[in-house]
Write a protein that binds this ligand. Sequence first.
Ligand code: ASP
Ligand code: SER
Ligand code: ZN
Length: 611
Amino acid sequence: MIKTFKRFHIVLLPLVLFACKPMDDVTVAGSGVDDKPTVENAVKFVEQSEYQLAELGQEAERMSWVYSNFITEDTEKLAANASSKFTARQVELAVEAAKFNDIEGVDGDTRRKLNMLRSGIVIPAPRDAAKTVEQSKIGAKLGGMYGKGEYCYANGECLDLGHLSDIMAESRDPAALLEAWNGWRKVSPPMKDLYARQVELANEGAAELGFSDLGTMWRSAYDMPPEEFPTELDRLWGEVKPLYEALHCHVRAKLGEEYGAGLVPQDGPIPAHLLGNMWAQDWSNIYPLVAPPETVAAYDLSAILKERGFDAINMVQAGEAFFSSLGFEKLPETFWQRSLFVKPADRDVVCHASAWDVDEKDDLRIKMCIKVNAEDFNTIHHELGHNYYQRAYNKESYLYRTSANDGFHEAVGDTIALSITPEYLQKIGLLENVPDASGDLALLMKRALEGIAFLPFGLMVDQWRWKVFAGETGPEGYNDLWWQLREKYQGVKAPNERPADAFDPGAKYHVPGNTPYTRYFLARILQFQFHRTLCEIAGDEGPVHRCSIYGNQQAGERLNAMLEMGRSEPWPDELEALTGQRNMDATAILDYFSPLKVWLDEQNQGRQCGW
Ligand code: ASP
Ligand code: SER
Ligand code: ZN
């Protein structure tokens, strides 16, 4: 994920910082600008807001960095404090921006920025100062609870999420899987009341800014009327669903062979603990169980990295080298000095991978507890995609220093990761022989277990949150709703009865971390669309799943041209600039996987698919 304070929280500003002096005879609002609704004041207001937010965001960002790298009572308080100042300021400016709603003659950029100021807050607080502080405390507390989370076994051994995830990935013993799965979900019940209160406060904040609830506010960030956005998602999901269902059907059959139809009934949802991942969101760890048998054995990148003695730094260097091959400048020295690459032995940190740009110029960092395996190799490219994006748009003005829409930010590194092909691995000396076309099915299956398996999860997290924000269910119904949606979209079910106090959504980082999730669904669609285009630009004529843009500076330039635009244009314009298309288009992902779909359909003949 991307970590940047600007879209989360903002800080109260001492008047001293104002570059623009208010005149004596007019009312002066929080921005320091006369709020009489004139075009001139609107322009000044936007300028002031950007200046203030840029200055103040940095303080909050640094606090957040320290906190996430060193979770203690003190850093929790300091981070909460900085965040509450930031939010309060952000909300003040949002209220003020609304005053310029109705004036005519405002130029396009100013109008766009006024809208962004008004609706671009991920977690607005009520204007009541005590409530703002309360909200920030809750936010910091929830983040810490997740970061410090661990499960202790009866023998006294306590495992953190990293170790529990290893069990989920590697074990084939249903009892061990079940215990790790349930164990991690003991971390979240204490979050539930805090979360419910956070929802209440954020909704109050959204209402004060004129939104029916926080979900509507989140949905207004896509350059289209918020009520049209869910329809757009339904359209995309409808297009990819048959592919997901085919994968689900085959995987369920194979799991049935491994574990027996008693544990994996062949006509219902799959128990969520058998898919190789704590949230059943990425199934690549069970590849050996579902691999196409008649193809050449796929290479095992995790094993290769280990054999070659790769460590965390080597893996990041390989990621950097890929971007360099596209013509991107090397990462700054400070990136290597300031990033966190390995889980420290002696303190609590937030391990969930993130990318930072602390000064919004070149203070780029990642924070990650890297393990030497293929999944983390991918995630490194994901995070570096954020960093290169951040640097590309650093010359834009403050409010435009983000991606075209939030899905774009999540898609860049994932696009590059699609170029980690056997040919590429051979070029950099990690693979000796490139399998011929008979190896394609294996490659596609691996990719599908990451990307296709993820799609319904990427969608359902916010389907849940949107309903929660809209008040369709109260805390007593949180967990049931979660599992209804898990079943509806993913076709997975809880492996056992959930305890009465369960709060399973809290066991996924982005819920206590309050990070919107639809962006990851969009990213999965966009990444294949970007990849298709970049391969065309690179002049690759083979099948798109074998294409690597490694070393192609033309593709790099075209990608960079879009990244540099930040959020300065509506996303359809930016998408068009790169791909020639104005819509997010699922045909790219469908084309990419079409050989696999044919194969899956053959396998699934005679099976009863669906759940
Ligand atoms: N940073 C990634 C996501 O949250 C980490 C992951 O892929 O697990 O964006
Ligand atoms: N990085 C996101 C997650 O951790 C999407 O893969 O869920
Ligand atoms: Zn990300």
